[in-house]
Write a protein that binds this ligand. Structure first.
Ligand code: TXA
Ligand code: MG
Length: 326
């Protein structure tokens, strides 16, 4: 069965989706496992393909800001301000849902996450389908998100069709902001649009930032984005040595600084946060598929540009680190 479709087959892909098929699609962040939000059966299939609990809401992808008022109600002015500033782009805005969004999509919540992806091919696809596409990241629940078409094929062992839009430019899932309240907002998931960038846009609007979101966010669970091998974070050579000793020196390193000269195997990661995000999931998959027993990742700088990356690394390594610290 043919399962990778090229950009020039976009009309065919739109037909499939309109008829109720699930299709993996590219975005600038990661690939999504998409379905037409009007097709309840296709939406249910997304949950079963991913092994995702059905109370974990899906975000919906629109192709134009004007659609916001079709799918959300009680939209605060500041949400429009954010949309105008960051769309198309890696920001998901959670708002109260309209009747056009089913409870199946939102996992029973009365809010919906909406974003307009910065990917020409996918924006054209949404227009052709004539309806927003619900799409979580196209990975098995709790695993690493795919950033190219081949990753999707591997993740679902060829059982999912994918529109090939090349490698994702951002490489990390969108920042999610809860804008359901007219006076306060919170960040539910950090991403490459930092809280500082959001502050700047909302400056002088008298909208208050609440530090901790309370909504159910699957990526906010303790373990997520995880390779199948034991995965650790380290900050210095002595910690790395400890991890290496635990695993018979069979450790694959992802490091910003040079640890190769100390005799460790692995690859160097970019020093720049945007470049790092773009390659992170691809390198994590490579490390997971290597012959080494474990993965050790050098902790990136604790500054705002790295917030989203650090969040994913903490979750990828949470399980192994718990054991390591004991
Ligand atoms: O960059 C992205 O956001 C990618 C691409 C494909 O757009 N999508 C993505 O979807 O990462 P997903 O489902 O893997 O992560 C979206 C997160 C989930 O953790 C979900 O729980 C949360 O957003 N979410 C969705 N709707 C929500 C809502 N109404 N309230 C609170 N959290 C919500
Ligand atoms: Mg995900």
């Amino acid at each position: 069965m043919k399962n990778i479709f090229n950009p020039n087959e976009i009309s065919l892909v739109a037909d499939y989706i309109r008829q109720g098929e699930v299709f993996a699609i590219p975005t600038e962040t990661v690939y999504g496992l998409a379905a037409d939000i009007r097709q309840d059966n296709a939406i249910k299939q997304i949950f079963s393909l991913k092994n995702r609990p059905n109370n974990h809401p899906l975000i919906i992808h629109i192709s134009d800001i004007s659609q916001l008022s079709d799918y959300a109600i009680d939209i605060p002015d500041y949400a429009y301000r954010l949309a105008k500033n960051f769309w198309p782009g890696p920001l998901t805005i959670v708002l109260r849902k309209s009747k056009l969004v089913s409870n199946i999509v939102t996992g029973g919540q009365d809010s919906v996450g909406i974003r307009m992806p910065n990917h020409e091919l996918t924006l054209s696809l949404i227009k052709l389908v004539g309806s927003p596409l619900a799409a979580p990241s196209a990975n098995q629940y709790g695993k690493i998100s795919p950033t190219n078409a081949k990753h999707v094929i591997t993740e679902f062992q060829g059982h999912v069709k994918v529109l090939d839009g090349g490698s994702c430019n951002i490489g990390l899932e969108s920042t999610i902001i809860d804008a359901t309240d007219a006076h306060t907002y919170s960040i539910l998931r950090p991403g490459m649009i930092s809280i500082n960038a959001i502050y700047e846009v909302l400056d002088h609007t008298h909208i208050t930032y609440l530090k901790k979101g309370t909504k159910a966010v699957s990526g906010s669970h303790k373990y997520h984005y995880a390779p199948s091998k034991p995965t650790f974070l380290f900050e210095c050579p002595s910690q790395l040595k400890k991890i290496s000793d635990l695993h018979q020196n069979s450790v694959y390193i992802l490091s910003i600084n040079d640890y190769q000269h100390l005799g460790f195997n692995g690859c160097r990661m970019p020093f720049d946060a945007n470049k790092y995000a773009k390659v992170l999931y691809q390198k994590l998959r490579m490390a997971d598929e290597s012959l080494f027993e474990a993965i050790a990742i050098e902790k990136p700088p604790k500054i705002i540009e790295w917030e989203g990356i650090l969040d994913r690394l903490m979750k990828s390594s949470a399980k192994s680190m718990e054991i390591f610290i004991q």
